[in-house]
Design a protein around this ligand. Structure first.
Ligand code: BES
Ligand code: MN
Ligand code: MN
Length: 457
């Protein structure tokens, strides 16, 4: 194992140069303009997987962007790890807020700055480099299969079918994912839960065309005004969501567990300061850590309608739109919540508008157990590389496929992420600490080592 760590240290600079090359490919899955680049990223990855000595490397087409698959079998007698990650990235807008172009990676202040540096190309690449080191040193202690998808950022809509169709090919003992964060570089943690998601777009229509707001204003309902009122009504004075039945299936987290999660290091003043807000807002009766992990939420992600060009135009618009997402917790069901939302939105629509609700995507929440050897191996690996036992912590983000690994393949997931919540994923100036990149590469081989050892017992 020490030879693996020596190999990693000796090749650090090259690993970073290669990651930079990977990050130059603008693999934005949401935008069809970049379809060729998404494929280019898949091809680049598969070439790299072949180069490091993986077998059976394939680019497998789906109805959307392809899945990159590879495997390496070392023995019948050791467990199999299925590594999952995504090589697609989020769109880059607003581009003018980036300090350097998103696909021209820059290394500055001990960080690498580029779209996808943390989410998730940088973390995918940690696995590729850890595998390279283990293979090169003849120290791969578990069988491994990898699937890297190109549609995570658009809801992994085709990956469920891929799992269904490839159950045997993907059979494994655990899924290992690096696509989450640690609490801080000196406070390692393992993510033990992800929120689910229900994502809809709404359209509110008033008059059959845009009108002069002086000639008609005051007599005809303005759909922008109406939409704002409808959205405002979705929270009450305690910041509870008002959709009937919304909380029906929400798991009540025991007080003891809540006390534990609130012991994680967190400073509300620093948090506010980093975001430049004077006060926080959230559901009454819960702390910030609870609000962003064990409680469901409803947020407008975008809202538009009427005139949004330069200067002023006096118009009473015909239509208004919003994209609305709800983060869900165990045991809320994404389809059920989408339906509750839809029924509610229609039921509160006043007679002077018509409304339409379209479901965009969803995903079920997930919790991962901590009393398994899969988790214990992860904990031991982090303890070895960070010198500190990691804390279990639930995350507020979503990775829709994790619930499907369990329901379709029957495999539990370990969320061994190395990002920081402050890495600005999905935002301008996304970055990933070199410390985190290298710590990830160093920790992953320990996971294979401990997991193989624990399986023997
Ligand atoms: N890697 C993130 C999820 C994440 C981020 C988990 C930080 C924990 C901490 C993932 O790529 C992501 O962005 N997921 C989307 C959902 C998807 C359906 C678009 C999300 O959470 O918004
Ligand atoms: Mn991600
Ligand atoms: Mn993401």
């Amino acid at each position: 194992m020490e030879t693996v760590q020596t190999y990693i240290k000796a090749n650090q600079k090259r690993f970073l140069d290669e990651l930079i090359e990977f990050l130059r490919i603008p693999s934005i899955s949401a935008d069809t303009k970049y379809q060729g680049d998404v494929l280019k990223a898949a091809t680049w990855l598969s070439t790299e997987l072949k180069r490091i000595g993986m077998d059976g490397v394939e680019i497998i087409p789906t109805k959307g962007h392809p899945v990159v698959f590879a495997e390496k079998k070392v023995s019948e007698h050791v467990p199999t790890i299925l590594v999952y990650g995504h090589y697609d990235v989020q769109p880059v807008d607003p581009l003018n807020l980036w300090n350097s172009p998103p696909f021209e990676p820059v290394v500055k202040d001990e960080k690498i700055w580029a779209r996808g540096s943390c989410d998730d190309k940088g973390q995918v690449y940690m696995h590729v480099k850890a595998l390279e080191a283990m293979i090169a040193e003849g120290q791969l202690t578990c069988n491994v299969k990898v699937i890297f998808e190109g549609e995570e950022e658009v809801g992994s809509v085709n990956l469920g079918d891929f799992l269904e169709a490839n159950k045997k090919k993907l059979s494994a003992d655990v899924v290992l994912v690096s696509d989450t964060s640690i609490i801080a570089n000196d406070v390692p943690s393992i993510t033990t839960g992800l929120r689910g998601l229900s994502y809809v777009e709404v359209e509110v229509t008033g008059p059959n065309k845009d009108l002069h707001s002086g000639v008609y204003g005051g007599a005809v309902a303005n759909p922008c005004n109406v939409l704002c009122t409808m959205i405002a009504g979705m929270h009450d004075e305690n910041r509870h969501i008002t959709i009937p039945g919304f909380y029906e299936d929400v798991d009540v987290v025991p007080d003891a567990e809540r006390r534990m999660m609130n012991m994680a290091p967190f400073n509300e003043e620093d948090y506010k300061q980093a975001l430049n807000v004077n006060a926080l807002l959230g559901e009454k009766g819960y702390t910030t850590l609870e609000r962003t992990s064990i409680r469901p939420t409803l947020d407008v992600n975008g809202i538009w309608g009427g005139y949004i060009g330069e200067g002023a135009k006096t118009v009473l618009p015909s239509k208004a739109f919003a994209k609305i997402s709800m983060r869900l917790v165990p045991h809320q069901d994404s389809d059920k919540i989408t339906e509750l939302f839809s029924n509610y939105f229609k039921s509160v629509a006043p007679p002077y508008v018509q409304v339409k609700v379209t479901a965009l995507h969803g995903g079920q929440p997930a919790v991962t157990p901590t009393d398994t050897i899969e988790y214990k191996a992860a904990s031991a690996a982090m303890k070895k590389s960070f010198g500190k036992e990691p804390l279990p912590q639930r995350s507020g983000g979503s990775i829709p496929i994790v619930a499907l690994f369990e329901s379709i393949l029957g495999i539990k997931t370990v969320l061994l992420g190395f990002g920081l919540d402050s890495d600005d994923i999905h935002s301008p100036n996304e970055h990933f600490g070199l410390f985190n990149f290298y710590k990830g590469i160093a920790t992953i081989p320990y996971y294979y080592m401990f997991y193989a050892e624990m399986n023997k017992k």
